[in-house]
Design a protein around this ligand. Structure first.
Ligand SMILES: [Mg+2]
Length: 215
């Protein structure tokens, strides 16, 4: 049976922070937003962005633009700023060729996460996508891992791998879901969390480990 690997998206397959910065700059320029608004956006969207952030923005700063319009502009801008490095895309293609089934499991709103996957040319390389916004269940909850596996036509009972940069959400969640784990280091590792099976500096190193898996 093909082996299952689930990838996190932001900070794992794509560099969200760079795209976020570009998107906020462009949005503020387009609407002539002042510095306090720009600073508010950079702080509010640092980990993730939702329509509710823009609703709050419009209320707090008494903006005349509808929140839905600003949200859609932001989604389009960040999708336009997102790229996936060619070596990462090539690695995903090699995994497919080696009969791996690839899924995405991501905490974030359904529309923006899918727009980013499409913009980064990742969508066609994966079988299933589970975004927390689809079901209002977030990593590390096992239910989101079950959903990701089932959208790949698989069951967690058959095991698999989880690759991500968030210790608790990706690695802790993956462990609780019974998956092998590879952590892309960068954030502090929380005390009490069991170590990942592998620790790497870059997602391409994780892909190399998977390609060398023979069990
Ligand atoms: Mg991440």
């Amino acid at each position: 049976m093909p082996r299952l690997v689930l990838f996190d998206l932001d900070g794992t397959l794509i560099d969200r922070q760079a795209a976020l910065s570009d998107a906020v700059t462009a949005l503020c320029r387009a609407h002539a937003f002042n510095t306090p608004i720009e600073q508010w956006l950079r702080a509010a969207l640092i980990d993730r962005a939702n329509l509710s952030d823009f609703t709050r923005l419009c209320t707090d700063f008494k903006l005349t633009e509808p929140a839905e319009q600003l949200w859609q502009e932001y989604v389009d801008l960040i999708a336009g700023a997102i790229t996936c490095r060619p070596e990462v895309l090539e690695g995903l293609r090699q995994l497919r060729t080696a009969a791996w089934t690839i899924g995405i499991i991501t905490n974030g709103a359904s529309d923006i996460q899918r727009a980013k996957l499409a913009a980064a040319d990742i969508t066609d390389l994966v079988v299933g996508i589970a975004a927390s916004g689809d079901v209002e269940i977030r990593k590390p909850a096992r239910e989101l891992f079950e959903l990701a596996a089932s959208r790949c036509g698989r069951s967690l009972a058959h095991g698999g791998w989880m690759i991500g940069d968030n210790p608790a959400g990706d690695i802790g969640g993956g462990q609780q879901a019974g998956l092998h784990t590879i952590w892309i280091r960068g954030r502090p590792w929380p005390g009490g969390l069991p170590a990942a099976d592998h620790v790497v500096d870059d997602v391409t190193d994780a892909i190399t480990i998977l390609l060398n898996e023979t069990e």
